[in-house]
Design a protein around this ligand. Structure first.
Ligand code: CP
Ligand code: NVA
Length: 336
């Protein structure tokens, strides 16, 4: 079973997708596909033997936390899960001091939290690879799994496909997805209201990357226009973690941006030409405390549960892509 990784990725951190060249990003996803096949063949190896990863989580998580933990354990290493209550970080100890301590003990840090400055500080001061597991601004590792899931459905070369993102156009997922699509040559359309448009600096940056890969980046307000010809419909929650005070306003604003049967119809694409993705957790029914109380539903249940919905493959791929990051950064080629 072939497992290869680019030696240029050794000891590399990942703050945002722009930190990697387009080819490095695609190599990483290729490695994730190889590691997925390795696990499917029942191989639990030693590529990360005696590697210790600190998982610092200021925000809740199901997928990222468990992916980050299982990924290192699968290959012989271990993870320490640290919530806000477990360390002094930010309360009695600065990011700079905490980073310098953890850097003496661990081989890598995966961080999920609020400020992008925190993950950047951990990278700057720890001296070990640090990976961004979601901040207010970016959800870098998520997009690796999204692109991998697209490859599983449309083939390795994603150039020329169209992805329509519908909803909160300036959240962490939207920001990173825009850049991930640009790097993979996928045409990206962000369908969002005027008040939730992405930062023009990020749009310009992504549009330049897209142009060199023969694709485009667009922001439109009418979802029915934006999704026309889309191969991927992608949405996320209307209220991200840390923005709970915006709930009432967002629900009102984003109701016309719900992904439902009508919007699927508006793509004009069915059969094998269309998939639905969502980073999850998703509000698609009223089975959760939050959705019961708020009525939020960014995607209807029929779309979420449809055969073209690949959200659980996407969730699984979080683990393989995070493992690829660890292996390319810290893996022992002699253990192959
Ligand atoms: N998609 C994602 O990051 O999920 P979690 O919040 O469960 O980690
Ligand atoms: N935009 C969402 C993503 C959750 C994985 C949030 O930040 O809450």
């Amino acid at each position: 079973m072939s497992i290869t990784w680019n030696p240029e990725l050794r000891n590399r951190s990942l703050m945002r997708l722009g930190d990697f060249t387009d080819e490095e990003m695609l190599q990483l996803i290729r490695l994730a596909r190889e590691l997925k096949a390795r696990r499917a063949a029942g191989i639990r190896g030693d590529l990360l033997r005696r590697k210790h990863i600190a998982l610092i989580f200021e925000k809740s998580s199901t997928r990222t936390r468990n992916s980050a933990s299982i990924a290192v354990r699968d290959e012989g290493g271990d993870a320490e899960f640290l919530t806000r209550n477990d360390t002094h970080l930010g309360l009695k100890e600065s990011v700079k001091d905490t980073a310098r301590v953890l850097g003496r003990m661990f081989d890598g840090i995966l961080f999920r939290g609020f400020a992008q400055a925190t993950v950047e500080g951990l990278k700057k001061w720890s001296g070990i690879p640090v990976w961004n597991g979601l901040t207010d601004d970016f959800h870098t590792t998520q997009i690796l799994a999204d692109l991998m899931t697209m490859q599983e459905n449309f083939g390795e070369d994603l150039r020329g496909l169209k992805l329509a993102y519908i909803g909160d156009g300036r959240n962490n997922v939207a920001n990173s997805l825009m850049m991930g699509c640009a790097k993979a040559g996928v045409n990206y359309v962000n369908c969002t209201p005027e008040s939730l448009m992405p930062d023009p600096v990020l749009v310009k940056e992504a549009a330049e990357v897209a142009a060199r890969n023969g694709s485009s980046v667009e922001v439109v307000h009418d979802p029915k226009v934006g999704v026309k010809g889309a191969n991927v419909l992608y949405t996320d929650v209307w209220v991200s973690m840390g923005e709970e005070d915006k709930k009432a306003e967002r629900l009102k604003l984003l109701r016309p941006y719900q992904v439902n049967a009508e919007l699927v119809e508006a793509t004009g694409n069915k059969g094998g030409k269309l998939i639905f993705l969502h980073c999850l957790p998703a509000f698609h029914d009223h089975e959760t405390v939050v959705s019961k109380e708020s009525g939020a539903q960014e995607v209807t249940d029929d779309v979420f549960e449809a055969p073209f919905s690949k959200v659980f493959d996407e969730a699984e791929n979080r683990m393989h892509t995070i493992k690829a990051l660890y292996v390319s950064s810290l893996g022992d080629p002699a253990a192959l």
